[in-house]
Design a protein. Sequence first.
Length: 226
Amino acid sequence: MSRIIFLLSICFICIVNLNGQFPGNLKLVTENVKVKYSGGDAGEILEKKIKYPQEAIISKIQGDVILSCIIDKNGRIDQLSVISSPDNSLSAASVSAVNELKVGWSPALVDDKPVDKTYLLVFRYRIFINTRPPDYTRMASKFAEKQKYEKALKTYDLAIKDNRFHYEYFEGRSVIREAMGDAEGAQMDKLKALELYDQILTVVDVITVGYTKTVVKRVVTTSPVY
């Protein structure tokens, strides 16, 4: 349902652009057809290929690695570079994974013509100790089903604070804001979702989950025998 709403919002935004009545004169340019990887979902493939560097886990290094690349009209990744990263080991792991997918892309199409297109790729390295990654979408949906929109809104706020690259969080929050009567906020979230969908090729979660083991030392005492 939310995907349908999102697609409708894209159509609406395009119409508004053509009429020259876009809020704040903001102009977003999106391709008619986004690039696709011939081997399947690129995000899922990268999640399987990449491994959290052991030295980074030991040093408890986590954060977002943002890469930039061009997928040219011939379906090849070109000019792959690191925009930002918390650590060189995370950068190297991310670049290595993307390099395995350098060919085999269907290029972006504008007016049915293949074009070069610049994208961002985001690798989110996270370490969880004695807990699991939160499923924000599921949590927000449960609140929305019970019409607890304030709690659903706060859940999406937390989700976006944790992951500002995930367009579906903005898409979901726009639906909640619309249900709460915040038409302006809903529209801004739709625009942000569209912008992220256009700019970001994929978001890859690189997660390691660990558990601490509590060891209770057993002390045995003996009583003297008389």
